[in-house]
Structures are given as structure tokens and as C-alpha cells.
Write a protein that binds this ligand. Sequence first.
Ligand code: ZN
Ligand code: ZN
Length: 332
Amino acid sequence: MFDYSGCIHMHSEYSFDGLRTPEEIISSANSCGLDYIIITDHFSLEAKKYEGWHRNTLLIAGEEISPNKNHYLAFNIDKAVIADRTESNPQNYIDDVNRAGGFGFIAHPDHIGNRKFGVNPYTWINWDITGYSGFSVWDLQTDWQETLKGPLTAVMSYLFPAYFLKGPKKETLERWDKINIGAEQLKYGIGEIDNHEAVKKYFKFIKAKIFPFDVAFRTIRTHILLEEPLSRKKEDIGRVLEALRLGSSYISNDYFADPKGGFVFKVSKGKVSVRVPRRALIKIIKDGKKIIEKISDGIEISGAEKGIYRCEIFLKKYFYHPWIFSNPIRMD
Ligand SMILES: [Zn+2]
Ligand SMILES: [Zn+2]
């Protein structure tokens, strides 16, 4: 398999709260070694004119449909889907995206913001929905904002965000497993950074860019796995998006170690196996329950029963940090 890493969900100057031009974002993505990025401006596809390869990074434009609640990332559409800011039924725009031939992922479903730091909550409220491909399992901003307790933790976690990240939220993972058990079509996960590089002011004296793209791009990435290498032509856009839609991908925090090419998770005919490029804490989850936990560079289970399997990997750097989260695979 060919492993390509990228970052999903970021805002350019085409968003009211974005700052950077697509060219500046591309330049950061190039220097961070990203194979692809997906810019998702609020109700806008203006970044589409930059779609394509820029040196070693493929730029893809999606849209963040972002009313007051229920933010949705729409991919593979030609025109922005505009919803009213007060629209409270996300099924309407999920359907609009599907009708336009696109697909989408729920953004930062368990974002609760941080009142002390003036960050409003943008939670996904309405779960009585169909027709979406999956949701964000791990969002840099959701995770990071919850680490902010006071001025000191704010400064430390700003300087060393990767050390403070706690990983996907428990309620997000539990909901993911619950939705997938018994589902006809599995819902897949993506990682997102929801980065703006906007300047924020905290406690009157702290002024910071959240985050410089050079920092955010080194954290939560979504790796896609392809049978054939990318061709470096425009058709690659469709191939990257299709891999995300079909869950041929995994999420990782690449700050401590980039697992590119070294992470393998296989589930078939009674066998479940995991390989990681470094010795780490491996957990295998079956139908929402952890069935094995081991420190190793791989695990193999034979005689495994039918069910939905995924794995979680934690890497030790002083203490264990969340590292890799696979997509679910069903064993029939
Ligand atoms: Zn949002
Ligand atoms: Zn956003």
C-alpha cells in the first residue's frame, strides 16, 4: 500500500476568520512534507482555483458548511452549499451535498469550546441523520482548547501543543463504535486541524497565532492508503477524496513519530493483525470493547470472531501519548 499523509480542515483568507493566503498555506504544507491538504473555508469554495499539485503537496478545496451549530465538511462539490446561519436541521445540507454529487464528514462533533478563553462551542447537536460518510474523530482545536486551564498551562500548551493533546474524546469514540455496530454502511473517521492561524488575545497579555500552519501541520494528520501511487495529475484529487470516503485511511499525531508506510492494520478470515513502526502500546477494540492491550511492535490474533475491529496506538515520549487511530474494519 502507498501511504500519503495530509491535513484536513483549515481556513484561508477566504474565511472571515482566516488570515493566510492559499499560497502561504501551500508553502507551509511543502515545508512540513504534507502530501495533500484540504482547505475548507466557511461557505466558500474560492480556494478551488488553487486545486492541484504545488510541488509535493496536492491542494484540494472543500467547504465548511458552518451555521451556528452542526458544522459539516463537504467534499467533491463544484459550488458552495449555502445554508442559513440559523439552519438547525443538518439533514437539509447533508442532502444538498449528496444531490450535488459530493459527500461529507461531520466536523468537530464534540467541540465544547472554552468559556474562560472566549471560545464558543460548535458542537454537533442533531444525530438523527443519514447520508453522511463519517465524522471527525480527532480535532486539534477541540483537543487543545480543553487543555487551557489558566495562563501557565495556556503558555505551555501553546509552545508544546503535541505534548498536551489527549487524543480523541471518549464520548466521540464511544459514539463512533455505537453507530457502527449493526450499521449497514460503516461510518469512517478523519482527523482535522481546523486551523485559522488567527491572532487571539488571552488574559490581556497573551497574544498568539492559533496556530502557525508550520506547527499545526506537524500534529494531527489523516494518512490515506492507496493500492497504486498517486500520478501527480489532477485526477489525484478524486483518488484522495475517494480513499477518505471509503475509510482507506488512518489518523495520527505525527509530531513524535511519523508512521508513514509502517502502520498496517489487517482484518480478514479470522485474523486480526497490527504492525507499528515503533514499539508502542497497542489496543485492539472489537464492537466497542477493548479485547487486547499490549506493548509491542505488533499483534496478531487468530481465530477472531465476527465483528467490527479498530485499533488505537499510544507512543511513549516520557509518558504515553495518543498516536494512531485506525478506521474500523468489519469481519464477516
Ligand atoms: Zn467549524
Ligand atoms: Zn473550521
